[in-house]
Design a protein around this ligand. Sequence first.
Ligand SMILES: *Cc1c(COP(=O)(O)O)cnc(C)c1O
Length: 315
Amino acid sequence: MTFCSHSPIQQIQLPLFKKHNVSVFVKRDDLIHPIISGNKWRKLKYQLNDFNRNTDQGILSFGGCFSNHIHALAYATHQQNIPCVGLIRGEANAQNFTLNCAEKWQMKLKFLTRTEYRKRSSSEFLQQIKANYPGYLIIPEGGSAAKAVLGVSEVIPEIIQQQDFDTIITPVGSGGTIAGLINGCLPFNKQVIGVAVLKNASYLKQDIENLVSSQVSNTVQWQLLTQYHGGGYAKFSQQDCQQMLEFMAETNLPIEPIYSGKMILAFLDLLRQGYFHSGHKIMLLHTGGLQGLHGMVARGLINSDHWPVPKFEVQ
Ligand SMILES: *Cc1c(COP(=O)(O)O)cnc(C)c1O
């Protein structure tokens, strides 16, 4: 993918931070690329390098209708002239901003029922897909393969060059991003906190450990918080929404309610509980995903009169 210089780090201020005497920074990976935002850029970086034009026919992956991964993959493969298939969960022939972009970038969309989609990592199902799409490289949902860990790891030395910190916090979906942060922190003695954005997410702990070596997962101080899902994936209460809007108004940091918003609410709660000692430096990883706001406005989940929705060019 095209070279991208370091995404910026921004310090944010709130009276609550002063009260607890902590410094809070945001690594703005949402600004890493105009289209492929945040962790999806880092996760795809090395996986796309694996594509061999002589032997591979294309790339195939999975995602929901508003998937940031599908959006990023469609754009990246289009840029490199790699044929790409997206297997999309549920809602046959759904149309929305994310999927319209993907189609514009020539991703072939195929809709799976929710039951079919649930089988996506079973070997039987994958065999069938390999038979239907011979020569296609298969990238797992969310792009969380071993090579994703490598790409995400690089953010840690990059941040340390820019700004020292004690703890880095990230939202967690499928676990690839936090695995990358844990891996990247090995030489640096930093703490990693992941905020799971879906319900009953404790199974992710094993997935995360499987993505890094046991030496890494035992050495680095990390934890997965599973109590901040706010009702489940892409669910949030009016009250949570209000808190996110207040946070945005006070800090000017653009967030969305599925990933970064839940991380922020979790972080504020930990802070209020006195989780971070005085003088602590906290780095929040902004994993991007602002493109998903378009779909949320269209579904009536958020109101664009209140929630700032960034403009995206569809190139
Ligand atoms: C995909 C995604 C995540 C979750 O990353 P995982 O590696 O799947 O845990 C977090 N934030 C945003 C904006 C995402 O698009």
